[in-house]
Design a protein around this ligand. Structure first.
Ligand code: BG6
Ligand code: MG
Length: 217
């Protein structure tokens, strides 16, 4: 048994309910390209970086774009996304996440963020959660998008804790894959059918505290 010393949280869809805004902003881009985009296709984008997500959508549309056109489309998506999150506040946090973060602090666990988003720091600052994190690794710090484990490995190094002593919380199939590839423990947030490789799946953090980590591991 490896004792849990730290937790690494994905951001979108784990700490805060912003995954729906990414979906909305990508849907608009996809529809303009003539693609019927839905929640099922969107599962493939969760946890995936902005340009990689665009490449996936373009492959569905079977169209090729120049680098300049791609940057323009990605910028449009991001501007739409930023408009959608302009007024977010703590009401959008997942149920129970704040109590769990408080409980982790009280019990001296280390906490990191491991997100693919380049907007992660902006969002954490907006909802005033940054002080909880001992390390923040996001899309600006990585070159390989999930399912590559880079973001979590960098989190593990920043915390000085081995992956086997860390639990990653993820809502994305590709995020779970990244965590398992990196040798981390992983709890899925969402539906079991999308997160079958996670060690355990739950739909949020309601009534979830550090003592429950000991129950699972
Ligand atoms: C991930 C989201 O956290 O970040 C993806 O799950 C998103 O949906 C990715 O595409 C990149 O985000 P951003 O904010 O840098 O465009
Ligand atoms: Mg996510």
């Amino acid at each position: 048994m490896n004792a849990i010393k730290a937790c690494i949280f994905d951001l979108d869809g784990v700490i805060i309910d912003t995954a729906k805004y990414h979906f909305k902003a990508w849907s608009e881009i996809a529809e303009n390209l003539g693609i019927q985009f839905d929640q099922k296709l969107n599962e493939n984008l969760k946890g995936v970086g902005r340009m990689e997500s665009l490449d996936y959508i373009l492959s569905l549309a079977n169209v090729t774009k120049s680098d300049e056109e791609k940057i323009e489309l990605a910028t449009t998506k991001n501007n739409n996304y930023l408009k959608l999150i302009a007024n977010i506040d703590r009401k959008e946090l997942l149920n129970g996440v704040l109590s769990f973060l408080d409980d982790l602090k009280k019990n001296n666990f280390l906490i990191a963020l491991g997100s693919s988003s380049k907007n992660a720091k902006l969002i954490l600052d907006t909802v005033q959660l940054s002080p909880y994190f001992d390390a923040i690794i996001d899309g600006n710090d990585t070159t390989h998008s999930k399912p590559d484990p880079e973001v979590f490995i960098k989190g593990s190094v920043a915390l000085g804790v081995s992956p086997k002593n860390i639990v990653v919380f993820e809502d994305a199939p590709k995020g779970v894959e990244a965590a398992k590839k990196g040798g981390f423990k992983c709890i899925g947030i969402g539906e079991w059918k999308n997160l079958i490789h996670a060690d355990y799946v739950m739909d949020g953090f309601s009534n979830f505290l550090t003592k429950d980590l000991a129950r699972i591991y």
